[in-house]
Design a protein around this ligand. Structure first.
Ligand code: PMV
Length: 327
């Protein structure tokens, strides 16, 4: 048996624009997905998913036909697509095409809410499954293979941001294929979650259409890129006040691109009015999570009273990426 965990992430800056080659800065947060894997000789796959936003379920299947379970098929696909992909990558890396696995997933990262739950499952799953087969991948190769899983499940629409960040931990910078780690101070993140999720594929497509139709939308995407470069400087200087100001502007630009929502805006404003240094939506948008910077408890308290916010929590920058949990 092998057990690995990997962190979720927030976008400090740059989601959506990263799809068009602009830089983005995601940061790993102290909320993890843990995947336990045992090889089995009959080639079958059994997946046990206990997720924060799903009632736990177990599926068992053997390559032909859909899994037979009593929950909506879309949820099963969301949960198993990444696991299937991770298993395929591990089989490929270990040159063991016929091996089966028992897989158990525990995740404290809400699904599809902009916190990178699928990337964390892919990273931890590939790491545990390859180690179970006696193969040690470098963190770079792990990130690359996890990226391939996301790209495949999301029909080609994925950047390297989530998977690289989850594998490496800390703050990272992603610009096209160029991924690197950044020096960053400890960042006092507060997350607000509206209990919902946006459809990443649809939201990416809507920004693409806007950008093709209007020059101002293309300019907005470029403006996000400029903002990210300023943000990198502020991060390097440990200038939390400037980071907060830039987060506020980044949220405004994302709103202009049409990817915010009433509940995301309400949570962003609640955090700002409570004295947060800055606040923005994180990830694809449409619903899900916001991230605020606040050293005090004021934003969390305010989010607790904000209609539309179902959960808020503190999640500091996690300097550790993928981690072995089996000693
Ligand atoms: O909501 P998430 O965590 O899947 O983030 C999506 C980020 C986008 O920039 C909108 C798309 C991408 O793959 O980078």
């Amino acid at each position: 048996m092998a057990v690995s965990s990997a962190p979720g992430k927030v976008y400090l800056f740059g989601e959506h624009a990263v799809v068009y080659g602009e830089p983005a800065v995601p940061c790993a947060i102290e909320r993890r997905a843990t995947v336990e894997v045992s090889a089995r000789s009959d080639g079958r796959l059994r997946v046990d998913a206990g997720d924060l936003t799903l009632d736990g379920f177990t599926v068992e299947y053997g390559g032909d036909g859909a899994p037979d379970v009593d929950v909506p098929q879309s949820l099963v696909q969301a949960a198993t697509g990444y696991v299937d992909g991770a298993v395929a990558q591990a089989r490929d890396a270990a040159d063991a095409p016929d091996v089966g696995f028992d897989v158990a997933i525990e995740s404290a990262i809400p699904l599809g809410a902009g916190l990178g739950s699928s990337a964390a499952v892919a990273v931890a799953g590939i790491d545990a499954a390859t180690r179970e087969l006696g193969v040690e991948l470098s963190t770079e190769e792990l990130a690359e293979r996890a990226y391939r899983v996301e790209r495949e499940v999301q029909s080609g629409e994925a950047s390297r941001a989530d998977t690289f960040c989850s594998a490496m931990g800390g703050a990272v910078r992603v610009e096209g294929d160029d991924c690197r780690q950044l020096d960053a101070p400890n960042l006092p993140f507060v997350i607000g979650y509206d209990g919902g999720a946006g459809d990443t594929g649809e939201l990416v497509a809507s920004v693409r259409a806007l950008r093709e139709e209007y020059d101002f939308a293309a300019d907005t995407v470029e403006a996000v890129g400029d903002l990210v470069r300023r943000g990198e400087r502020a991060l390097d200087e440990g200038d939390i006040a400037e980071l907060g100001r830039l987060m506020d502007v980044n949220h405004g630009l994302l709103s202009a691109l049409g990817v915010s929502s009433r509940s995301l805006d309400a949570m962003v404003w609640a955090a700002r009015e409570a004295g947060a240094r800055g606040a923005k939506l994180t990830g694809a948008g449409g619903g899900g999570c916001i991230v605020a910077l606040d050293e005090s408890e004021a934003s969390r308290t305010a989010l607790g009273y904000t209609p539309g916010c179902v959960e808020s929590f503190r999640a500091e920058l996690d300097f550790e990426g993928v981690r072995r949990e089996d000693g």
